[in-house]
Design a protein. Structure first.
Length: 134
Protein backbone atom coordinates (compact mmCIF):
# COMPACT_ATOMS: atom_id res chain seq x y z
CA UNK A 1 0.00 0.00 0.00
CA UNK A 2 1.09 3.55 -0.70
CA UNK A 3 1.04 6.40 1.81
CA UNK A 4 -0.36 9.86 1.12
CA UNK A 5 0.30 13.00 3.15
CA UNK A 6 -2.06 15.97 2.94
CA UNK A 7 -0.79 19.47 3.63
CA UNK A 8 -2.69 22.69 4.08
CA UNK A 9 -5.97 21.11 5.19
CA UNK A 10 -8.30 23.92 6.33
CA UNK A 11 -9.17 23.72 10.05
CA UNK A 12 -12.92 23.56 9.44
CA UNK A 13 -12.47 20.71 6.96
CA UNK A 14 -10.19 18.88 9.41
CA UNK A 15 -12.76 19.32 12.20
CA UNK A 16 -15.54 18.07 9.94
CA UNK A 17 -13.48 15.02 8.96
CA UNK A 18 -12.63 14.30 12.59
CA UNK A 19 -16.30 14.53 13.63
CA UNK A 20 -17.43 12.36 10.73
CA UNK A 21 -14.80 9.70 11.51
CA UNK A 22 -15.96 9.62 15.13
CA UNK A 23 -19.61 9.33 14.07
CA UNK A 24 -18.74 6.32 11.90
CA UNK A 25 -16.43 4.84 14.54
CA UNK A 26 -13.50 4.91 12.15
CA UNK A 27 -10.02 6.35 12.35
CA UNK A 28 -9.53 9.54 10.38
CA UNK A 29 -7.35 7.56 7.95
CA UNK A 30 -10.13 5.00 7.40
CA UNK A 31 -12.69 7.79 6.93
CA UNK A 32 -10.49 9.52 4.33
CA UNK A 33 -10.07 6.23 2.45
CA UNK A 34 -13.83 5.61 2.43
CA UNK A 35 -14.51 9.15 1.18
CA UNK A 36 -11.85 8.89 -1.52
CA UNK A 37 -13.13 5.54 -2.71
CA UNK A 38 -16.70 6.80 -2.80
CA UNK A 39 -15.75 9.89 -4.71
CA UNK A 40 -13.51 8.14 -7.20
CA UNK A 41 -15.50 4.95 -7.67
CA UNK A 42 -19.05 6.35 -7.71
CA UNK A 43 -21.32 5.14 -10.51
CA UNK A 44 -24.78 3.72 -11.09
CA UNK A 45 -25.40 0.33 -9.47
CA UNK A 46 -27.58 -2.52 -10.76
CA UNK A 47 -29.61 -3.53 -7.65
CA UNK A 48 -29.82 -7.24 -8.56
CA UNK A 49 -26.11 -7.48 -9.26
CA UNK A 50 -25.36 -5.56 -6.07
CA UNK A 51 -27.48 -7.94 -3.98
CA UNK A 52 -25.85 -10.98 -5.57
CA UNK A 53 -22.39 -9.61 -4.85
CA UNK A 54 -23.44 -8.64 -1.31
CA UNK A 55 -24.53 -12.24 -0.70
CA UNK A 56 -21.14 -13.44 -1.95
CA UNK A 57 -19.30 -11.06 0.37
CA UNK A 58 -21.47 -12.07 3.34
CA UNK A 59 -20.72 -15.73 2.65
CA UNK A 60 -17.03 -14.96 2.46
CA UNK A 61 -16.94 -13.25 5.88
CA UNK A 62 -19.51 -15.44 7.66
CA UNK A 63 -18.54 -16.40 11.23
CA UNK A 64 -15.57 -14.05 11.55
CA UNK A 65 -15.50 -11.52 14.39
CA UNK A 66 -16.23 -8.00 13.14
CA UNK A 67 -13.37 -5.93 14.49
CA UNK A 68 -11.89 -2.98 12.61
CA UNK A 69 -8.76 -5.07 12.03
CA UNK A 70 -10.76 -8.07 10.74
CA UNK A 71 -12.74 -5.84 8.37
CA UNK A 72 -9.50 -4.28 7.08
CA UNK A 73 -7.99 -7.73 6.50
CA UNK A 74 -11.03 -8.92 4.56
CA UNK A 75 -11.52 -5.76 2.51
CA UNK A 76 -7.88 -5.82 1.37
CA UNK A 77 -8.51 -9.23 -0.21
CA UNK A 78 -11.73 -8.24 -1.96
CA UNK A 79 -11.68 -8.01 -5.72
CA UNK A 80 -12.87 -4.76 -7.29
CA UNK A 81 -16.46 -5.98 -7.60
CA UNK A 82 -16.68 -7.14 -3.97
CA UNK A 83 -15.00 -3.96 -2.73
CA UNK A 84 -17.63 -1.96 -4.61
CA UNK A 85 -20.36 -3.86 -2.76
CA UNK A 86 -18.65 -3.18 0.56
CA UNK A 87 -18.38 0.53 -0.21
CA UNK A 88 -22.02 0.70 -1.34
CA UNK A 89 -23.04 -0.97 1.92
CA UNK A 90 -21.06 1.66 3.83
CA UNK A 91 -22.79 4.44 1.88
CA UNK A 92 -26.17 2.96 2.80
CA UNK A 93 -25.12 2.66 6.45
CA UNK A 94 -23.85 6.25 6.50
CA UNK A 95 -27.04 7.58 4.95
CA UNK A 96 -29.22 5.71 7.43
CA UNK A 97 -32.93 5.20 7.27
CA UNK A 98 -35.25 8.18 7.43
CA UNK A 99 -38.60 7.58 9.08
CA UNK A 100 -41.59 9.90 8.86
CA UNK A 101 -42.58 9.59 12.53
CA UNK A 102 -45.95 11.39 12.24
CA UNK A 103 -46.90 9.17 9.29
CA UNK A 104 -45.84 6.02 11.18
CA UNK A 105 -47.92 7.07 14.22
CA UNK A 106 -50.91 7.80 11.98
CA UNK A 107 -50.53 4.35 10.43
CA UNK A 108 -50.46 2.72 13.85
CA UNK A 109 -53.59 4.64 14.86
CA UNK A 110 -55.37 3.37 11.73
CA UNK A 111 -54.34 -0.22 12.50
CA UNK A 112 -55.48 0.08 16.13
CA UNK A 113 -58.80 1.58 15.07
CA UNK A 114 -59.33 -1.21 12.53
CA UNK A 115 -58.49 -3.84 15.13
CA UNK A 116 -60.97 -2.38 17.61
CA UNK A 117 -63.66 -2.32 14.90
CA UNK A 118 -62.90 -5.93 13.91
CA UNK A 119 -63.09 -7.00 17.57
CA UNK A 120 -66.51 -5.33 17.93
CA UNK A 121 -67.79 -7.01 14.77
CA UNK A 122 -66.49 -10.46 15.80
CA UNK A 123 -68.08 -10.07 19.22
CA UNK A 124 -71.40 -9.03 17.64
CA UNK A 125 -71.41 -11.85 15.07
CA UNK A 126 -70.44 -14.51 17.63
CA UNK A 127 -72.91 -13.28 20.23
CA UNK A 128 -70.02 -12.41 22.53
CA UNK A 129 -68.47 -15.89 22.39
CA UNK A 130 -65.40 -14.41 20.68
CA UNK A 131 -64.25 -11.01 21.90
CA UNK A 132 -60.93 -10.60 20.09
CA UNK A 133 -59.54 -11.30 16.64
CA UNK A 134 -56.04 -11.82 18.04
Amino acid sequence: MTNLTLKGVPRDLYALLKRRAAEHRRSMNAEVLVLLERGLMAHAVDPDALLARADAVRERVRGRPLTQQAIRRVTRRLDASEREVYLEDQRINDRGLLIDVPLARAGLAIVEEGLERANREVAAVSGGAISSTT
